[in-house]
Write a protein that binds this ligand. Sequence first.
Ligand code: FEO
Length: 172
Amino acid sequence: MISEKIKDAVNKQINAEIYSSYLYLSMSAYFESINLKGFANWMKAQAQEEMVHAIKFYDYINERSGRVLLTAIEAPPKQWDSPLDVFEFTYKHEQKVTGLINDLVNLAISEADHATTNFLQWFVAEQVEEEASADEVVQKLKLAGERGSGLFMLDRELGQRVFTPPTATKQE
Ligand code: FEO
């Protein structure tokens, strides 16, 4: 059984992960609108990954016999100034999410909830990757410039990203 406090905090995190998914899908739509199909593909895969994160939290509450309560998802921004603007926004957003995960870990530790502390370790590691992959594109955009052949090549590279659905096991 999960404590009320932890359950409420994890329910909130479901909302945050679905918001992230919504945000990245909005970024994908922005890239579609400026004909950068590879960037759009990368962001769509990112949006799908965020739904996987949301479902991991969803499954966890149910597994601990808590009640999942879904709440309204805020509308994401729709417009950005440039691809670099989008990826700088993404990097900052992921740093924010890392802060939320760290707050959850701190709460689980203060409640002596070892199962939740353990469960959250997957997300602690994932956030290192999430920040690194957003920052990598920021750095590439700065190097490649935002137009011409550099941007075209980066668009081709980001078009290679494939979303891999998780396997049936709950904790991988
Ligand atoms: Fe669910 Fe991008 O962290």
